[in-house]
Ligand binder design. Structure first.
Ligand code: AMP
Length: 188
């Protein structure tokens, strides 16, 4: 089993690349944002709890994410690997992920970060708001999501650098070109 974290700020292109990587290697793509959005549109108790937080661009509490990930790993015990997209987003989540994987004899094998400049990110997020009508892609919420990333998620770079699993790829260019670069790091 191979466990890959696709890392980077909102708008870096994690979702697009995660789908392609999962297809290429037959790994399971897990997007916590997609899981949460499905809960919201299904009006489930979890969805009702997180709707306002997501629409404001806040992070959803760690306990809820950890519960979600525990059930994901339980449900896909026979997977060849995972591409995690949007998780972990806090140090606590990263530590819990290590614990969860250790319990099933696994570890985080690689953290691949997509590097994109802040101006480019903001422009992409505004575009996505127009194209997909995501409620958390208004200008004010976009700013808040980027700030949340800088405060809570970016510190994970050091966490994974220390573990020696962190690699970076420049996330501006064509989708296929970026994908090829990601694949060559995975192969190495
Ligand atoms: P995403 O589609 O990954 O940008 O996620 C959309 C929203 O879902 C985020 O802005 C958060 O509100 C919530 N979310 C997704 N993943 C996480 C996570 N790992 N921790 C906390 N909140 C999350």
């Amino acid at each position: 089993m191979f466990n890959l974290i696709l890392f980077g700020p909102p708008g870096a292109g994690k979702g697009t690349q995660a789908v392609k990587i999962a297809k290429e290697y037959n790994w399971k793509h897990i997007s916590t944002g997609d899981i949460l959005r499905a809960e919201v549109s299904g009006y489930t108790p979890l969805g009702l709890k997180v709707k306002a937080m997501m629409e404001a661009g806040h992070l959803v509490p760690d306990e809820l994410l950890i519960e979600i990930m525990e059930s994901v790993f339980l449900k896909h015990q026979n997977a060849d690997g995972f591409v995690l997209d949007g998780f972990p987003r806090t140090l606590n989540q990263a530590e819990e992920l290590d614990r969860m994987l250790l319990k099933i004899g696994q570890k985080v094998d690689l953290v691949l970060a997509l590097e994109v400049e802040v101006d480019e990110l903001a422009a992409r997020l505004v575009n996505r708001a127009l194209e997909q009508g995501r409620k958390d892609d208004t200008e004010e919420v976009i700013k808040h999501r980027l700030v949340q990333y800088l405060h809570h998620t970016k510190p994970l770079v050091d966490y994974y650098k220390e573990k020696g699993t962190y690699r970076e790829v420049y996330g501006v260019g064509t989708i296929d070109n970026i994908f090829n670069q990601l694949c060559s790091v995975i192969k190495s």
